[in-house]
Design a protein around this ligand. Sequence first.
Ligand code: DC
Length: 223
Amino acid sequence: MKNIIISIDGASSTGKSSLAKALAKHYSFKHIDSGAMYRALTFYALHHQLIDKNHFDIDTLVYHLPTIEIDFSTDDFVTLNGKIIENEVRSMEVSNFVSIVAKETLFRKFMVAKQRELGKKGNVVMDGRDIGSVVFPDATIKFFIEASMEVRAKRRFAELTQKNIDVSLSDVISNIENRDHIDSSRDDSPLVIPENAIVLTNNEDGLSHLLEVAISKIDRLNH
Ligand code: DC
């Protein structure tokens, strides 16, 4: 298969990144986690005290943009100005602010341009919120992943506790609910099911079932 773009969209913790990673491995494609890019910018803003509970200095962050290089290492870990920050971007602190950063049009434009550049050679699996709707509306195949709140909260809680991050299940649920609200109601590129997307449900069957279904849909394109 050549120059294929697979888009996977969905709300947070629905399992889209795990599916994207597994598909990329199966087809030897590159995996681009676009959420990690928004997380990297949020990490930068937090690190430079440009955002906290009471303020967000958008103008200064915009001013810094030309000096901010967000990319991926050869093993698909997100980098900020050349440094791998894959663990740092998964913190609850970043999770609590990322939707506020991601709703700003100027930052979205910056990310979309970079995502298109990263995907232009093809053979990529990119996951996010607006990949099939905005970044690559002509993607070869589009998936949209759904999952119940219970499945999502358990997934995120397990991920965080595995990394020794001390958090309660109720904090995880309120973070997911809050992000759902901001990501779906923002003016610019809200979370939607992209046109022609195949909707898959991630339930208790887990990744292997989802992967099997996705591979059968992709392979069908070639026959
Ligand atoms: O997929 P994630 O939970 O790591 O994404 C983090 C945040 O980034 C999410 O709350 C919304 C934003 N995001 C976005 O607006 N557009 C994307 N393509 C990917 C993520």
